[in-house]
Design a protein around this ligand. Structure first.
Ligand code: ATP
Length: 504
């Protein structure tokens, strides 16, 4: 980012929009650029509370009088003769007012050849249409390893164990990736205070603090899973695909010349294990799994808030990369993105656009794993070739797959599978999803437990008979999905030949 910003300043861009909530870090980055510039540039800050002040150690002393109003401040900037960088903090609530927009347009028109640049710094991106063509937008990324190293070194200075091995240092740094500088400072301090030291054994404290912070931000969720990919019955093709890519994000794969996988879309009937696939892939690949909750991205309280939420979530995911970004029910998340300009001022359309652009342009290794139940609600753009590496269709399990699922869930509950006739169970549960099979076992267990005895084959069969599976209650929807997927998606089950059409 620093490089990008520096290039824009060198190229004498008159107006730059820096999207960040880390003001102090961003100010320092700008000050460094200003010093390196030829001719050197002075740095000034504007806030609605103080007006314009000179950037430095004792800023209050050099307040420029009568510059609290945005218009007066911009006018003051126009009058300056020396080369300068003028940072306007949180101008976004005022930027839509016609005089402010006009003042800004006049100002930037007058900047030609003056080595003056206005930098708008705000956590929310809000640009009036009149200025859209004149402004260069930069997203200020979260701190990288070397910036975090400064934070860690400061904390180590205060602790008794100033010397730590390079290996430990790297682990402590990696564990804080994805946090802002302030957050990293807090987390290191907390780890230090808890144990009175900062060594490798504190990495777990840093990690769990980080998970809490990410959860508190509310848009991303850190998911963890104890189950392995072997706890999914069936879907052999899909599992093979995932196993083949288990080392895809390693240095070795890069040296070999392999491209990094971008993402996969899993279409399927509800309850067939789509979520389970995402969770166990995180274990298989050894990458963190971050769930993006699109419902929480939308926030109508302030204009631009939803966009800022999405941008921050994607930024966090990138800074934690390599990572898996899991979006459950992509169809629901973006179903309103088409003609909803009337209903929500076009927010969902813009969010959808930003997400697609990000998917297209992302360079960090963030693997997008998305699921969908209803293909007709999914915007066509997602289905276009090349958007995802692969689109898999997880159908209702075949007889063989159902046997495997029964085996897995009975073993999970520490039951001797030789007591059960799996073949018969698979037969009577035709049309059942994995989730429904699991539910039937649980129901059988409750029944027997209430009668203070062990559950049997017959209890499971009774539970199956008492269940009306989704495939029966939602026949139309399931058939429509199947018909669509048969043409356009890759079956997750072992092979098309083995794939048996279930009639119901
Ligand atoms: P939804 O579309 O409703 O979110 P889903 O397809 O994501 O459903 P999961 O939530 O992953 O389904 O499945 C629910 C539970 O059902 C799983 O946690 C797992 O215990 C069980 N299950 C589903 N499919 C399988 C399977 N193929 N093998 C083993 N267990 C399964």
């Amino acid at each position: 980012m620093q490089e990008e910003l520096s290039t824009l300043v060198k190229a004498q861009y008159p107006l730059i929009y820096l999207v960040t909530s880390e003001e102090e870090r961003a100010e320092r980055a700008i000050a460094t650029i200003a010093q390196q510039e030829k001719p050197q540039r002075s740095v000034y800050l504007w806030t609605v509370t103080h007006g314009i002040v000179e950037y430095g150690d004792r800023p209050r002393q050099s307040v420029q009088h009568n510059t609290v109003s945005p218009e007066a401040a911009i006018e003051w900037v126009v009058r300056q003769k020396d080369p300068g960088l003028y940072i306007f903090k949180d101008l976004h609530p005022f930027i839509d007012s016609p005089p402010v927009t006009r003042y800004l347009r006049d100002a930037i028109a007058s900047f030609k050849g003056t080595h003056k640049t206005i930098v708008l710094m705000s956590p929310i991106q809000q640009i009036p249409t009149e200025l859209e063509k004149e402004v260069a937008v930069i997203d200020f990324p979260l701190p990288n390893m070397s910036e975090l190293n400064e934070v860690l070194s400061q904390q180590l200075e205060k602790s008794r164990n100033r010397r730590i091995s390079t290996d430990t240092r790297e682990k402590l740094l990696k564990s804080a990736l994805g946090l802002t500088k302030d957050e990293a400072e807090k987390v290191y301090r907390k780890a230090h205070v808890t144990k009175g030291q900062l060594t490798e054994s504190e990495v777990d404290i840093v990690l769990s603090e980080k998970k809490q912070l990410i959860r508190r931000n509310g848009i991303l969720d850190y998911l963890e899973e104890d189950d392995t990919i072997d706890s999914i019955g069936g879907v052999e093709e899909l599992k093979k695909w995932l196993r083949q890519r288990a080392d895809a994000f390693t240095e070795r794969a890069r040296e070999y010349g392999l491209p990094q996988p971008k993402g996969m879309l899993i279409l399927g009937v509800p309850g067939c294990g789509k979520t389970l696939v995402a969770k166990t892939t995180s274990r298989l690949w050894g990458l963190p799994l971050l769930r993006l909750d699109m419902g929480r991205v939308y926030d109508g309280s302030t204009v631009g808030k939803s966009e800022a939420n999405l941008r921050n979530a994607l930024k966090t995911a990138e800074s934690l990369s390599p990572a898996i970004l899991f979006i459950d029910e992509l169809d629901k998340a973006f179903s309103g993105s088409g003609g909803s300009a009337d209903s929500d001022g076009g927010t969902s359309g813009r969010i959808f656009g930003s997400f697609l652009t990000w998917m297209q342009e992302k360079t960090s290794p963030v693997f997008v794993m998305a699921t969908a139940n209803r293909v007709e609600r999914l915007p066509g753009e997602f289905l276009r070739k090349g958007r995802f590496d692969e689109i898999f269709f997880v159908d209702l399990p075949t007889t063989e797959e159902r046997q495997a699922i029964f085996k897995i869930h009975l073993s999970k509950r520490r039951r001797d599978i030789s007591r059960f006739d799996l073949e018969q169970l698979a037969k009577v549960s035709e049309g059942f999803s994995g989730a429904e099979i699991e539910q039937a076992i649980v129901a059988a267990m409750y029944e027997a437990f209430a009668q203070e005895r062990e559950f049997t084959q017959l209890d499971i069969i009774a539970a199956i008979k008492a269940t009306l599976p989704l495939s029966k209650t939602m026949t139309e929807q399931v058939t429509a999905l199947r018909d669509w997927a048969r043409q356009r998606a890759r079956p997750a089950a072992s092979s098309v030949a083995e794939y048996q059409r279930l009639e119901f």
